[in-house]
Ligand binder design. Structure first.
Ligand code: FES
Length: 572
């Protein structure tokens, strides 16, 4: 045994005892307790993150994916080593999963750094997990393969196709409006999520899986293969082989893949899939861990140049399995053609041009449209500015009611998520369909964690009179599975004194998506008076200690990706 071990495999990152030879000797002695042979212990190592949790049904197939990935690693001559990281499921995270994304990213990054591995496979799927794993991988910059867990298959109810969670909201809306009864909503509850896997509409999970594939960080088709399909397991095995080759050759690293061209490609795809608004925050956070940036003005320009080509809920009609059977992301990229930089590289050392060349032609499919026949001629998301949103706000206008995209209305203000919950269905609430519902104190610091509360429910009395959509604005986020004329991510948020804090019920708000404007129609002198009267923010009770304190002190605003300020590439 050499006294100066080379930094590969088990010899990487030796625990510090002041004698590297002894450190390796001790490490081998302990790992042999697990039954490993010397042959196994001299191989390049592929770390695999285990993000399985009984609290995360979206990741229910992770054990099977890990087994397949390990098989792939061993078939290619390397050594797989599985390690746990935290797992985050949307509906099991209090106060909201976004509060925990950065914790997961830190956990994964530090465990990649701390343990000996030559490449890593990160497994994610449920909304915050893919961004967290990619943020970690980009910061650690070890050769990385991403395996998304894949979308659920669709459910059925009374002859209708159902999917989580666009139809969760639609059916709950019907129940609130009295259109379906207790027994039927219970039946629907058992049919919305018929398998393990992520929400099968173009929500945040699907959006991030498509972005991951576009960035070249996962294998072709890996975004769309349904979670329960055998093809998903074979994809995991193939991913294992690629990760083993990367461990042996030492590349490519995320820094070689997440380039300005790749980030622009991801933004083009985000627009073209009618993706989740959350995708923009996550992509911004990923970019901020590289030397590159997501520029909101350039992203908005893409929304004018890039058509929506994917006909998926919530903007369209289909679900992820239909996108998959139509040819998946490779076929979409083929349709996008010169809107993408096809020279961008992938984990296999290929280019997107190679991936596009392998795209399947599926006669008669209607889930992936051509640029001559788009779902909408413009992209899904527009970036708004104005005196209400000096650093920007976002609207998914492909999922909005067209006539509400130019709208002026009276503000009805809710101080917080709790205030909204208490009053929204009060029959005495003075509200009509032309009003603009305003929610504040729901941003990164305000709520905290910027919950997906931006989908303010339509007041029950309006719902029952047939109102399906209203203009709603907030500093919150919204699930990518939701729909409506909803302005989100108003930045800076109200809790840090953003102009949303100045709105009073009865003020007039003007939304002008065509000109990318959102304004409070109150004169500047009055706004200045209101600003001066705002109380200064002090540390809230919930943020006095622990992770909450770190979160409150260091979380950045939506336009910076809501990462901790000290986790960006150049630190604080
Ligand atoms: Fe996990 Fe939707 S709840 S992806």
């Amino acid at each position: 045994m050499s006294k100066e071990p080379k930094k590969a495999g088990l010899k990487k990152g030796l625990t510090s005892y002041g004698d590297p030879g002894f450190s390796l000797f001790l490490r081998k002695a302990f790992i042999k307790a697990m039954g490993y042979s010397d042959d196994a212990l001299t191989r390049p190592i592929v770390g695999i993150t285990n993000t399985y949790s009984d609290y995360n049904p979206c990741h229910g197939n992770v054990p099977q994916l890990i087994e397949a990935a390990k098989r792939g690693v061993m078939l290619a001559g390397a050594m797989p080593m599985v390690f746990p990281t935290i797992s985050i499921a949307e509906s099991f995270s209090f106060p909201t999963s976004m509060y925990l994304r950065n914790l997961m990213a830190m956990d994964t990054e530090e465990m990649i750094r701390a343990q000996p591995m030559d490449s890593v496979i990160v497994i994610g799927g449920c909304d915050k997990t893919l961004p967290a794993q990619i943020m970690a991988a980009v910061s650690a910059d070890l050769p990385t393969v991403v395996i998304p867990v894949g979308p659920m298959v669709v459910g059925h109810h009374k002859g209708e196709v159902l999917g989580a969670c666009t139809d969760c909201r639609r059916m709950w809306g019907k129940y609130r409006a009295g259109e379906i009864d207790d027994a039927e909503i219970e039946a629907v509850n058992g049919r919305l999520a018929p398998s393990v896997g992520t929400c099968m509409v173009m929500g945040t999970a699907s959006t991030m899986a498509c972005i991951t594939e576009t960035l070249g960080l996962s294998l072709p088709m890996s975004a769309t293969i349904p979670a329960p399909h055998s093809e998903r397991v074979r994809c995991a095995e193939a991913s294992g082989k690629v990760a083993a080759e990367m461990a042996i050759t030492g590349g490519p690293r995320p820094s070689e893949l997440v380039t300005p061209a790749a980030l622009k490609n991801a933004q083009v795809v985000l627009q073209a899939i009618g993706g989740s608004t959350n995708g923009l925050i996550h992509l911004t956070a990923i970019a901020n861990r590289t030397p590159h940036k997501v520029d909101l003005a350039a992203f908005d320009q893409l929304s004018r140049d890039v058509p929506v080509l994917i006909d998926l809920k919530p903007s369209g009609a289909h679900y992820m399995e239909h996108f998959h059977h139509a040819g998946g992301v490779p076929k979409l990229m083929k349709q996008l053609g010169d809107l993408l930089d096809l020279n961008a590289k992938t984990i296999e050392g290929k280019t997107l041009r190679d991936v596009v060349a392998g795209a399947e032609e599926v006669p008669g499919q209607d889930a992936i449209r051509s640029r001559n026949d788009p779902i909408t001629p413009e992209g899904a998301m527009a970036v708004l500015h104005g005196n209400l949103a000096p650093r920007g706000a976002i609207i998914n206008h492909s999922a909005a009611t067209p006539k509400l995209l130019q709208h002026t209305g009276r503000a009805i203000v809710f101080e917080s998520v709790e205030d909204m919950t208490l009053r929204i269905d009060d029959p005495k609430l003075d509200v009509n369909a032309d009003d603009v519902l305003v929610l504040r104190n729901a941003g990164p610091k305000g709520a905290p964690g910027m919950p997906e509360a931006g989908y303010l429910p339509i007041p029950q009395k309006l719902l029952r009179s047939g109102v399906k959509d209203m203009v709603r604005i907030s500093d919150a986020r919204m699930s990518g599975t939701a729909f409506g004329t909803i302005v989100l991510h108003i930045t800076p948020e109200s809790a840090v004194g953003g102009p949303l804090a100045l709105v009073k019920t009865g003020d007039t708000i003007k939304l002008d998506v065509k000109n990318r404007k959102i304004d409070l129609m109150v004169d500047a002198a009055e706004l200045k008076k209101r600003q001066a009267a705002l109380a200064e923010r002090t540390t809230p009770e919930w943020a006095k200690r622990g992770y909450a304190h770190l979160f409150n002190e260091t979380i950045t605003q939506a336009d910076e990706g809501c990462d901790f300020d000290f986790m960006r590439r150049d630190g604080k």
